[in-house]
Design a binder for this molecule. Sequence first.
Ligand code: 5AD
Ligand code: SF4
Length: 475
Amino acid sequence: MEMMKVDTKTHDEKRQGESYAGFANDPNVYRKLFYIESYGCAMNFSDSEIVASILNEEGFGATRDYEQADLVLINTCSIREKAEQTVRKRLTEFKKMKQAKPGMLVGVLGCMAERLKAKLLEEEKLVDLVVGPDAYRSLPALIEEAETGQKAVNVLLSRDETYADISPVRLDSNGVTAFISIMRGCNNMCSFCVVPFTRGRERSRDAFSIVQEAQNLFERGFRDVTLLGQNVDSYYWVDDARNETVTFARLLEKVAAVNPLLRVRFSTSHPKDITEEVLHTIAAHDNICNYIHLPVQSGSTRILQLMNRTYTREWYMSKVKQIREIIPDCGISADIIAGFCTETEEDHNDTLSIMEFSRYDMSYMFFYSERPGTLAAKRYEDDVPEPIKKRRLQEIVDLQGRLAFESNKADIGKTFRVLIEGNSKRSDSDWMGRSSQNKVIVFPKNNRPLKSGDYVMVKVTDCTPATLLGKIMED
Ligand code: 5AD
Ligand code: SF4
């Protein structure tokens, strides 16, 4: 699952003070205020929007200023040790705040809550609530318990919780792009990964409620939805009432049918599960984006086997080839891990060469971080020294930089249909939008009567390694 670099506490400066769904300080509407900060993957950010909805119902309004909050929540990630360290540091800052404001409650949500359970309460004395990813419905009861001075914990994992009926409150939204959670949990047992332990078994959400959420977003002006799951290709829903079986390909079609002006994306696919049918469905619909996030993790068959990825180097390469045949202009990105247990220079070179072969437009790159309880931690020694891991990671990052720049340069002269997401970060006289392939394009507004959520044809005139630069095509 792709990682987010931002957290919900960092807001676009221009949106500060703006009032929109979820952020209201009106004491007539909300009796108390909560503050939530999210780390990790898109699923976590999406979960925070479910939490916000549950809390709104209970009379809690969201605030962006944690000093004002009666309840401070931190939605955590366990994927790498560093993610957990970041949260620990943040808790230390909240500790100071709590000393000044003893009535304030502090809750830890998400994967770290699930992994460490009540141990977290012993280790972090300021924490009042520990709530796992499947237990957010119990938040109101847990808050009540914590308000009486007791510590409150719920880390039960569920086989059927999908929060299907909860309409998420969009936090820090640009009003154009949104996530829709379609499934939870993961049944793959990648040996490096803690997610099957923190997020439990795979389960799919009611297809009807997904389409309804997409419809509702569209009516509110949203134009780009990303269907989220740890492993979207194993989405599977049997609708007894309509006697219909919904696979992931069918779900894509249903969401695309909401409106031709609604773009549909998805994340994340496991290379072993993405079907030819899904690829043909993408190719057949203009509004299903030509972009696939296809984590490779390693280019060495031997390492892939130790990782329990269940595919070989050659198999992955044939999948990339098939994508390029069926969807010729498809953007492809990856997740890559450097320095997994027993990785040699030769294995590492296999990773570099599979990157060259796949010509990724973008990658999320990490060095291996052993996670307690995983298969790899039990079976293999974390034996690649840290300086070597870091050097290999740097080589991967450098190569990815070159591949992205080459991919961008190859777009110069081409014209793309761009969905405008807002002002460019650098200048209010430029728009920022994305192409179907998920590339960011910046271009001058040129006094045209356009707005966020509009589509416009943009010709690429130049690029940086990370961004395409263009100009609006005259009609
Ligand atoms: N160490 C380093 N990277 C990891 N990832 C998952 N677990 C680990 C780990 N233990 C990476 C994988 C995954 C992404 C979300 O995070 O590349 O696809
Ligand atoms: Fe998301 Fe949890 Fe995995 Fe982090 S550990 S990436 S929060 S599922």
